[in-house]
Design a protein around this ligand. Structure first.
Ligand code: HEM
Ligand code: HEM
Length: 151
């Protein structure tokens, strides 16, 4: 699927946008904590991802912990940019492409970028609790798919 088609699939679906906004309302509530949890879950569920973040060093304490924290916060604001663009396909493509560049230069492939889906599913299940619905994961998969289509 082309980048344009992937973006249009998200912006053109009221159901996907509704699921994204509903879950984002919960996830963004504890923005920093959600970001750090996402990253730690990524490292746990996809151990291969850890080597890509070598710049962080030891994330358990000190400077490494601060780097993880700083990265987690900017990652969440990147997602906020996507959420703010759901009704505008052009805008979504522009912001997605901006962040795709940051990953392209680090040689992150589309399939490696997809490593984030299992952690997203975990976090959604944990944060949404009894309100969790599998359609949430599908909606996030479509959004992440836009980034993947541009990698
Ligand atoms: C990139 C913020 C001022 C030069 C960026 C990025 C952000 C940012 C968020 C994107 C980072 C990334 O994801 O790669 C800011 C803020 C500024 C500021 C908040 C002050 C309010 C400046 C100034 C200069 C500058 C004064 C130059 C004199 C650059 C350059 C890039 C960049 C060269 C890379 C652009 C690219 O190739 O994508 N900045 N910046 N920035 N900034 Fe700034
Ligand atoms: C950096 C967002 C998933 C690898 C970044 C940055 C942002 C970001 C905003 C900082 C920009 C920069 O410093 O150039 C996201 C979002 C993701 C995601 C929104 C999905 C929800 C991934 C995945 C991987 C990855 C799955 C690896 C497989 C990296 C690496 C860096 C980076 C290696 C540079 C870290 C550093 O040295 O500071 N990402 N990312 N990202 N991302 Fe991602």
């Amino acid at each position: 699927m082309s980048f344009e088609e992937a973006a249009l699939e998200v912006t053109g679906s009221e159901k996907i946008k509704e699921d994204l906004r509903l879950t984002w309302g919960i996830l963004s509530n504890e923005l920093e904590d959600t970001g750090v949890t996402l990253m730690l879950t990524l490292f746990k569920m996809e151990p291969g991802s850890k080597a890509r973040f070598g710049r962080f060093g030891n994330i358990d304490s000190g400077m490494g912990r601060d780097k993880l924290r700083g990265h987690s916060i900017t990652l969440m604001y990147a997602l906020q940019n996507f959420m703010d663009s759901l009704d505008n396909t052009e805008k979504l493509r522009c912001v997605v492409d901006k962040f795709a560049v940051n990953h392209r230069i680090r040689k992150i492939s589309a399939s490696e970028f997809g490593w984030i889906m299992k952690p997203i599913r975990e976090v959604l299940m944990e944060r949404m609790g009894q309100f969790y619905d599998p359609s949430f994961v599908d909606a996030w998969g479509k959004l992440i798919g836009v980034v993947q289509a541009s990698l």
